[in-house]
Design a protein around this ligand. Structure first.
Ligand SMILES: Cc1cc2nc3c(=O)[nH]c(=O)nc-3n(C[C@H](O)[C@H](O)[C@H](O)COP(=O)(O)OP(=O)(O)OC[C@H]3O[C@@H](n4cnc5c(N)ncnc54)[C@H](O)[C@@H]3O)c2cc1C
Length: 321
């Protein structure tokens, strides 16, 4: 009983969530006593690299990064899943999978679930999977039926396998696009590390007083190799771009480390970040609600604490290089 994993390239390589999806596909295929095939879409010099993360074989569809029409792409994926006899189709949770998950489930006449957080329980011909619900406040359990269940995997939810070797690659002939939709251009968000998949996040709120003060946040994020985020009023005021806004009405994230600086910890903010593994709060108000959700708290003026923390991280890195 085999598993097909679909992943895309990014700037000639692979993003971490894509390789996590491969590791998930590998673990699931072994649970089902089958093989894990990976369909790589995009442009890369290393199409066999997913083998290091658990792929037994790779199909490579060579094309420009992220320029596919989703109807055309899902047609190809469904065809390959059927050819391979896949009983499960695995995707990383991202903007592409949001566009193709439903189409694939319809084509494959199977149930689908997005943002899956753990390996499924297999119950005869059904699969039970868990996913988070209500902006991370609850978890849902779904039972999926059909010949080829379709799952997208939440970022940072699975441990990445790294002990494999490059897999054998078969190059696919590129079918003609359907022509119904033509993607003319895609613009990628700039920034050192994409927030949705960051392992560490440095986030700041209205306590920063004004946008010109964000240099200390960026310095700390840079030293930690972290992405930057912010509270909603900060994005609403135009101090930071909207794609950095986390919370109930923003992005829900699940990093290993979330540092909240000058953020009060309103329930709507917590809804997007309370699944973080470790939360550190820096706030001058000892009554700030965020301290109740914190693993570590520093009660002090952020304009003193943050530069000292950055200097300490820098020192630590120099000493342990
Ligand atoms: C329907 C709805 C949806 C919402 N969705 C979201 C959402 O998705 N995300 C979100 O973030 N908010 C959301 N909000 C808004 C939310 O309720 C809060 O108003 C918001 O999170 C507060 O932002 P803040 O903590 O940055 O600002 P404030 O509440 O103003 O808090 C600033 C904090 O900084 C501290 N501070 C000030 N100066 C310093 C200093 N020098 N050193 C250290 N600490 C200092 C203060 O003690 C205070 O705790 C939503 C609200 C509603 C009604």
């Amino acid at each position: 009983m085999s598993v097909l994993v679909f992943i895309e390239t990014f700037q000639g390589g692979f993003k971490k969530p894509a390789l996590e999806a491969v590791s998930y596909g590998h673990a699931l295929s072994r649970l089902m006593q089958g093989q894990c095939q990976v369909l790589v879409y995009g442009k890369t010099d290393q199409p066999g690299l997913p083998g290091r993360h658990g792929a037994d074989s790779v199909l490579y569809l060579d094309d420009e990064d992220g320029l596919a029409d989703t109807a055309w792409l899902s047609g190809i994926i469904a065809r390959e899943a059927a050819k391979f006899g896949a009983k499960a189709l695995i995707l990383a949770q991202n903007s592409t999978s949001r566009g193709i998950l439903g189409r694939l489930a319809v084509s494959l006449k199977s149930g689908c679930a997005s943002g899956v957080t753990s390996l499924p329980e297999i119950k005869e011909d059904r699969m039970e999977v868990s996913r988070s619900a209500f902006a991370g406040k609850a978890s849902a359990r779904l039972s999926l039926g059909g010949p080829c269940k379709v799952l997208s995997i939440a970022s940072n939810a699975v441990l990445m396998k790294t002990d494999g070797q490059d897999a054998p690659v078969e190059v696919l002939t590129r079918p003609e696009p359907s022509g119904k939709v033509k993607v003319l251009e895609t613009k990628r968000i700039s920034g050192e590390i994409p927030l949705a998949e960051a392992e560490r996040v440095v986030s700041a709120g209205r306590g920063m007083k004004e946008p010109g003060n964000w240099g200390i946040i960026e310095d700390l994020a840079h030293e930690l190799g972290a992405a930057t985020a912010c509270s909603r009023p900060v994005a609403d005021s135009g101090w930071r771009p909207h794609h950095e806004h986390v919370g109930q009405t923003g992005l829900a994230i699940k990093p290993n480390l979330y540092i909240a600086i000058g953020i009060s910890g309103a329930i709507q903010h917590l809804a997007g970040v309370n699944n973080s593994k470790v939360i550190v709060v820096i706030n001058k108000d000892p009554e700030a609600p965020f301290f109740k959700a914190a693993d570590y708290g520093v009660c002090g003026d952020l304009f003193e604490v943050v530069p000292r923390l950055t200097a300490a991280v820098k020192r630590y890195k120099e000493q342990h290089h």
